[in-house]
Write a protein that binds this ligand. Structure first.
Ligand SMILES: NC(=O)c1ccc[n+]([C@@H]2O[C@H](COP(=O)([O-])OP(=O)(O)OC[C@H]3O[C@@H](n4cnc5c(N)ncnc54)[C@H](OP(=O)(O)O)[C@@H]3O)[C@@H](O)[C@H]2O)c1
Length: 313
């Protein structure tokens, strides 16, 4: 059976990834920094390259679900490259995503292969279809709420620190750091969610993954105000949210739209990451080296494979 190592295996997201691998007939190899939480696993700290090399010996691929990725992404991706195996991570930190995309190493490296970053990119790529360019991509997140995990909060803090508490957006063909407040507006989600107040330019990893390979000067992400407030209030994660990810692509006077629905943004990250690994290991990829989800995979086919976890219309 094919062994896939999960770094951060005992985290909230890592546990979903491990379960998904088992369900699909892979042998998960559990790794992370804390030996006490890894009985029978392969502990290795990110600042110990030799321990990482020992842990990665004989595995077919590595999924990194340990964040902050500012700390874990490069050492884990580099160890995967030394082992000569693909690396996939679930990083939602824009700055860490940018660093990983700069890596010139490893057979295949797919950062942000998760709910934020990966799914929006697959939807935008599929919505673009045969258009060679577009004027705008909009990715609107309609979350029923958001009780973040400790890992999400830590990642958010690291990102804010790295950008000096500025906010970031992708406009006019480049990333732009700004000091002004987030704009608010209403977004007309398809029913039953309907029209909701959202924060505009609430930038998620999609502003890195999408313009990396799609020729579009403006990529904007939106978040329902209720969900953004839940993130800010930072309670305990005691309930899963439902989500609608509404992607609109505009070119000239035309508009194309794809909408994904599902439940639990952490749980659905597992089928996204594991489907990616399965496709990489069976050669169902369009490019080699470092790539985003929409760039490396057949986006419409990938999205169909996510049912019933995520449905797209
Ligand atoms: N893009 C997306 O849509 C998406 C979806 C899900 C998760 N994520 C990201 O994935 C990360 C994990 O989230 P989570 O929900 O699983 O959080 P979590 O339950 O708090 O787990 C965090 C994991 O990271 C490990 N970790 C933290 N710092 C580490 C370090 N320096 N070296 C090695 N391991 C370290 C933790 O191990 P210890 O217990 O030993 O500290 C734990 O296993 C977060 O950055 C989150 O933003 C992104």
């Amino acid at each position: 059976m094919t062994s896939v190592l999960v770094y951060g295996a005992y985290g909230h997201t890592g546990r979903f990834v491990v379960a998904e691998l088992r369900e699909r007939g892979f042998t998960p190899i559990l790794s992370g920094r804390d030996a006490a939480k890894l009985p029978g696993g392969r502990p290795a700290s990110v600042d110990d390259p030799e321990a990482l090399d020992r842990a990665f010996d004989g595995v077919a691929a590595v999924i990194n679900s340990a964040g902050p990725f500012a700390v874990t992404a490069l050492p884990v991706a580099e160890a995967a490259a030394r082992a000569g195996v693909p690396y996939v991570d679930v990083a939602a930190e824009i700055e860490a995503n940018l660093d990983t995309f700069e890596l010139a190493t490893g057979p295949v490296v797919v950062p942000a292969m998760a709910f934020f970053g990966g799914l929006g990119d697959l939807l935008a790529t599929a919505a673009m279809g045969d258009w060679p360019t577009a004027d705008e991509v909009h990715v609107a997140y309609g979350l029923s709420g958001w009780n973040p995990t400790a890992g999400t909060l830590a990642a958010g803090q690291v990102s804010r620190d790295r950008r000096g508490s500025k906010r970031i957006r992708y406009a006019g063909g480049r990333l732009e750091y700004r000091d002004d407040a987030l704009p608010t507006r209403e977004w007309a989600f398809p029913g039953p969610l309907g029209t909701r107040p959202v924060f505009g330019e609430f930038s998620m990893a999609d502003i890195v993954t999408i313009p990396r390979h799609l020729r579009v000067p403006d990529v904007t992400t939106y978040m329902t105000v209720d969900a953004a407030n839940g993130l800010a209030a930072a309670g305990r994660r005691d309930a899963a949210e439902t989500f609608v990810v509404d992607v609109v692509v505009r070119s000239g006077g035309e508009e194309r739209r794809l909408t994904a629905r599902g439940e639990d943004i952490y749980a659905v990250t597992a089928p996204l990451a594991v489907e990616a690994v399965e496709r990489i290991l069976t050669g169902r990829t369009r490019v080699k080296g470092v790539a985003s989800a929409g760039e490396i995979f057949d986006a419409p086919d990938f999205l169909r494979a996510l049912a019933p976890h995520i449905t797209v219309e």
